[in-house]
Design a binder for this molecule. Structure first.
Ligand code: IPD
Length: 328
């Protein structure tokens, strides 16, 4: 695929994100076409009230998909609302596939918490190549295409540059963004909170002594924070491809790295076989690490330090298995 084709796809994604921005803002503030508060009654998707969908999610997805069908009739479409409603049973192909989350961080959206936005990604050959995340309430538009760099409102990422951007060598020098998720079974909650406890606990008790743990409420804002340089790591088991397809491109193009988020804690995998595995965007497990500069005196290159941090994280967090997205 040529750079010109990629630029065209990126321009389409930006145009669509901007086009639905006013509807998103109306919904967030319950104004205009979304002033009817019954549009925001929590409709649950997982059998609990913590995973909701609103009329705005549906409107935005429908609008984006209608435009994409018009412009690229041969392309495939995967969207949170339509796909989840049809049971996730779509077939993943190598064809250009637009992957859309109309409102990522829906719970934030419902509660007027500003870390929520629109995510539009494009995968070709099953790999994400274009990513646009628009956080309308924060007025941040993140854009990226493979090989063409990543930007927020036209400023190049990472926003925070060296020497302010340090080269951490262990979790105890890192901030992590993660999520409690909307799967509220006791087993899952115990697993996630157990991982958080071990990550935060002091090293003298066997923990990672992470400096900060932050939960924003959405994979998209999490990935943009890591791409920007405001957090070192993002880890989650359970989000879907539409939660992170666009964010992965933005993160990679900012110099970050992404891996499969499956951990080894409590398993008998020998130490020398514990190597961070490449990310499969359909597998619902992700760990992302920000750009780390190569600095003289560091115990390794920026790329080596990224892997080292990911390995330290995966040795502490517990893996949670979910059925992968689509039929692979
Ligand atoms: C949410 C997120 C988050 C995950 C939640 C999802 P949504 O997406 O992206 O990472 O922990 O479980 O619900 O549903 O608000 O688009």
């Amino acid at each position: 695929m040529s750079a010109d084709e990629l630029k065209e796809y990126l321009a389409t994604a930006i145009e669509l994100a901007k086009e639905v921005g006013p509807a998103f803002k109306d919904g967030f503030w319950r104004k205009g076409r979304f002033s009817n508060t019954s549009d925001f009654a929590a409709e649950d998707k997982l059998g609990n009230e913590a995973d909701c969908v609103t009329a705005v999610d549906r409107y935005i997805e429908k609008t984006i998909f209608a435009r994409l069908r018009q412009i690229y009739p041969d392309h495939k479409l995967v969207g949170e609302e339509s796909t989840a409603e049809s049971g996730n049973g779509y077939v993943i192909t190598d064809d250009p596939t637009w992957i859309v989350d109309p409102v990522d961080g829906t719970n934030n959206f419902v509660h007027h918490f500003p870390y929520t936005g629109i995510s539009i990604g494009l995968a070709i050959g099953k790999e994400p190549v274009v990513g646009v995340i628009y956080l309308p309430i924060l007025d941040e538009l993140y854009t990226a295409a493979r090989g063409l760099g990543a930007f927020v409102n036209d400023q190049k990422l990472p926003l925070i540059q060296s020497p302010a951007l340090t080269s951490p060598t262990s979790l105890s020098q890192c901030a992590l963004v993660s999520e409690h998720g909307s799967d509220r079974s006791l087993k899952t909650m115990q697993s996630r909170l157990g991982s958080f406890t071990r990550l935060l606990t002091d090293k003298q008790y066997g923990g990672g002594c992470l400096q900060n743990l932050r939960i924003t409420g959405g994979a998209c804002p999490d990935l943009t924070l890591v791409a920007k340089g405001s957090a070192e790591l993002y880890w989650e088991c359970g989000p879907h491809v539409w939660d992170f397809a666009a964010g992965v491109v933005i993160l990679l193009e900012s110099g970050g790295a992404v891996f499969d988020g499956a951990g080894w804690w409590g398993t008998d995998i020998p130490e020398d076989e514990r190597v961070p595995k490449p990310l499969n965007i359909w597998n619902r497990k992700i760990v992302a690490v920000r750009y780390i500069p190569d600095l003289p005196g560091n115990p390794g290159s920026g790329r080596e330090l990224q892997r080292q941090l990911v390995k330290e994280l995966l040795e502490i967090v517990e893996d949670i298995d979910y059925t992968p997205d689509g039929v692979q």
